[in-house]
Design a protein around this ligand. Structure first.
Ligand code: KG4
Ligand code: ZN
Length: 352
């Protein structure tokens, strides 16, 4: 069967066609219109502008995905769309478009949760045995789930304030880097680790995001504030105006120190989750799953604990249509159907 997935929850308008044959999923197309350049002017996503950009892009992106897949719209068997969580105006664009398309083609429509879709990106390329533990780390979420199947998730831990990606972006911005700064922080951290390894510098002491209690919860706001304060102090001492970049060596040490506490903190609760739930497989997904240091740290934690580690390839970590199409398939075979009353939801947990 052919499945179309439409994603518009934040600042990427994306669509993808996946072919399913005997349960195996093949991505036939993956079309993305990113708004990053537009929002970079403001240092973050401006919701009103995001909605308007989705309206401009959605028809083209969907046509492009169908064309790249070398099929006709009438060949589609099911259409899926992200209906939450995310920016409400942005979500409504994708939902309205998908409803109209499904109605005009007479095809079934499936509502997809964005967080479950991130996890589904891992199931496209890997065979995952359930139950497993899914760790979703993105710009809007940092949560641990116990997944019974690709459609049944129970949240067992979460951030109590900011998401990890949000903290990466904020620190990058205060350092003078462009939005979104996660990818640049990744590269800088690698430089910082080299300097620390060869003994020329040391890590800056920063607080862990792993909350020191029996829960599997995180808190990134203390770490974010401590890092931002460090940068402001450094700027004052060195007389560097806020709008200027700080020297690369200092940025590298800050990025490495910040990344170290994030990766270690995430691994602390993840190891606890593995023990508590007897997990045999860990799935890592979401935009921050692209972070090379986080991938390496979780991979070695899983190796040490004899657990299988599954993570999507880089192109499926950030928001994309293929993850929505994959989750559409799982929901569809479980009987999920949306009708013309489908609405979008800005917040809500995994079972939205
Ligand atoms: O999943 P995503 O595309 O959107 C949300 O659902 O939030 O995640 C975007 C987040 C941004 O905060 C971005 O800076 C972060 O993922 N990100 C990274 C990396 N690549 C993207 N963070 C750290 N290291 C990276 N390599
Ligand atoms: Zn996302």
């Amino acid at each position: 069967m052919y499945i179309l997935g439409i994603e518009s929850s934040c600042d990427e308008t994306a669509a993808s066609v996946i072919k399913e044959e005997n349960g195996a999923l093949t991505v036939l197309s993956d079309s993305v219109a990113t708004q990053i350049k537009t929002h970079a002017l403001y240092g973050g996503v401006v919701p009103e502008i995001a909605s308007r950009e989705h309206i401009k892009a959605v028809s083209y992106v969907v046509s492009d995905a169908v064309k790249q897949a070398d099929i006709q719209l009438s060949d589609l068997d099911v259409i899926g769309v992200t209906y939450g969580p995310g920016l409400i105006g942005s979500l409504l664009v994708g939902v309205s478009y998908a409803k109209s398309l499904a109605a005009s083609l007479g095809k079934p429509l499936v509502n997809v949760n964005h967080i479950k879709a991130h996890a589904a990106a891992s199931y496209i390329e890997n065979k995952v045995d359930f139950p497993c533990i899914a760790m979703i780390v993105s710009g809007g979420h940092t949560s641990i789930y116990q997944a019974q199947s690709p459609v049944e998730y129970i949240e067992v831990g979460s951030t109590r304030d900011d998401a990890a990606g949000e903290a990466f972006d904020k620190v990058a911005r205060v350092m003078g880097l462009c939005y979104p700064g996660g990818k640049e922080m990744d590269k800088l951290a690698a430089e910082g680790y080299k300097l620390i390894k060869n003994g020329s510098r040391e890590f800056i002491h920063l607080p862990t995001p792993s909350i020191n209690d029996e829960t599997l919860d995180y808190s990134f706001s203390g770490l974010k504030t401590a890092t931002v304060n460090y940068i402001h102090n450094y700027r004052q001492k060195q007389n560097i105006p806020d709008k200027d970049l700080i020297p690369e060596e200092e940025s590298a040490i800050i990025a490495a120190s910040f990344t170290k506490v994030i990766t270690e903190g995430i691994c602390v609760k993840l190891s606890e989750a593995i023990k508590r739930y007897g997990a045999k497989t860990i799935v890592l997904a979401g935009g921050v799953a692209a972070n090379s240091h986080l991938r390496a740290a979780i991979s070695s934690t899983c190796d040490n604990m004899g657990v299988q580690f599954v993570v999507p390839s880089l192109k499926f970590c950030g928001d994309n249509g293929a993850m929505v199409a994959a989750q559409t398939y799982f929901e569809y075979i479980n009987g999920v159907r949306a009708d013309s009353f489908l609405n979008a939801y800005a917040t809500g947990n995994i079972s939205v």
